[in-house]
Design a protein around this ligand. Structure first.
Ligand code: SF4
Ligand code: SF4
Length: 401
């Protein structure tokens, strides 16, 4: 499904204005994290390891809107923590929409049924639900039974009320081409998801379950096999053709981390939401004080295995926009050249009691490897300080949701 015309035109004209103004660096989408608290305890999560004093905080509406306005970005992806735990999340969303920002609200969907009446379907608004796999894989990934079924029920409810619903799926090295095929086919064909996004997990160095992140070659091979036999064209993937080529290893790019900056309770994060080389108060300061040329694969060892779309999808978008051939290819492939910028990440979470659906309505899950089953045993203790957050030496932090 192509990016809606309104969004394509608005973001396209924004890009044109940046070009005409001679701006070398500008945000395409802001990652907004108005809280770190979450209702899940996923293995490897650094967000919930924040000190209790930070976990209690909720970003004031004015601060969230002020940051987005200062940056000038046309699109905002709201994540966390679990954004639906923010008591004024609906106000943040409606204030951004009033300012004609395209808003992607990333959630595990488990609070969605309870909060749905606070939102209205709008051309500027999409839900983005995190689904890591079919039932067994997803529930293992979020370390809680029943989350997949709750998320699926919430997706159906939101769609029945006329909302646009996208998904984001993180791919780990415990995935196989078949598990990727299974989940994307289910989301595409059975659930009728509007647009699906995929994210290779990022191997951040302090993650407790370091072994489950994909390396570059592994990522390329996995996506080459998953996309084969016409599946890539059949699925409604929310990515540019060039980014999908990049995932398959057919092309390569430098990192454009300034294209998707991240703003949280701690400030603007240098250089991207995957790494923590410090925080600054303003977007201007972020752009001016970050040594952007020192990041990316081949430059910083922490970036060695990164193929995350917060760094490389903006590169693909800018390459597409600067090439008539690629723009036509994107249009022919039924994809906007601006696709994929939305919803740079999403969350999982879920406080509700498990409610099993009829397993016959789902394709059979591939068996889980023992290594994945053991991930939850490695879940960090809530309230424990992240080993990377606030580290002035700039270690890599929580990254894969
Ligand atoms: S971690 Fe990835 S997105 Fe962030 S600076 Fe490194 S290569 Fe770019
Ligand atoms: S859903 Fe995201 S923020 Fe919440 S515990 Fe899981 S990884 Fe952390």
């Amino acid at each position: 499904m192509p990016m809606p015309l309104r969004q394509s035109l608005r973001v396209g004209s924004y890009l044109m204005r940046q070009k005409l103004a001679g701006n070398k660096k500008f945000p395409l989408l802001v990652e907004l994290e108005p809280l770190f608290a979450c209702n899940l305890k996923c293995a490897g999560c650094g967000k919930i390891q924040q000190p209790h004093t930070i976990l209690k905080q909720r970003m004031p509406v004015e601060q969230a809107i002020g940051a987005v306005e200062e940056s000038g970005a046309p699109m905002v992806s709201i994540a966390g923590g679990e954004p639906l735990m923010h008591p004024q999340i609906d106000v943040i969303v409606s204030e951004l929409i009033k300012r004609k920002k395209f808003v992607f609200l990333c959630t595990n969907a488990l609070l969605l049924p309870k909060k749905l009446d606070k939102f209205k379907p709008a051309p500027y608004f999409s839900w983005v639900v995190h689904i890591d796999g079919l039932r067994e894989r997803h529930d293992e990934s979020v370390c809680k039974d029943g989350v997949f079924d709750e998320a699926v029920a919430a997706i159906k409810l939101a769609k029945s009320r006329g909302f646009k619903v996208n998904t984001n799926t993180t791919v780990f090295n415990t995935d196989t081409p078949q598990t990727v095929i299974d989940v994307l086919t289910y989301l595409n064909d059975d659930l009728g998801i509007d647009e699906m996004q995929i994210s290779p997990a990022y191997a951040y160095e302090k993650a407790p379950d370091q072994e489950h992140f994909l390396g570059v070659e592994e990522t390329r091979e996995l996506f080459r096999k998953a996309f084969a036999d016409g599946r890539r064209k059949k699925w409604r993937l929310n990515h540019t053709p060039l980014f999908l080529d990049f995932l398959e290893g057919k092309t390569d790019f430098g990192c454009t981390a300034w294209g998707i900056p991240s703003y949280s309770l701690l400030g603007w994060q240098k250089p991207c939401y995957l790494m923590n080389d410090g925080y600054v108060k303003t977007y201007k300061e972020l752009i001016e004080t970050t040594d952007w040329d020192s990041y990316g694969r081949g430059k910083d060892p922490r970036c060695a295995n990164c193929m995350a779309h917060c760094g490389y999808e903006p590169s693909a978008v800018l390459a597409t926009m600067s090439s008539l051939r690629e723009t036509i290819r994107a249009a022919r492939g039924n994809l906007s050249p601006l696709a994929g910028l939305a919803a740079a990440k999403a969350q999982n979470a879920g406080p509700f009691a498990p409610r099993r659906r009829d397993p016959r309505s789902l394709p059979a899950s591939s068996p889980l490897p023992d290594s994945l089953k053991s991930r939850c045993a490695q879940t960090p203790q809530p309230g424990k300080r992240s080993p990377s957050r606030g580290n002035p030496a700039g270690s890599v932090q929580h990254a894969f949701r």
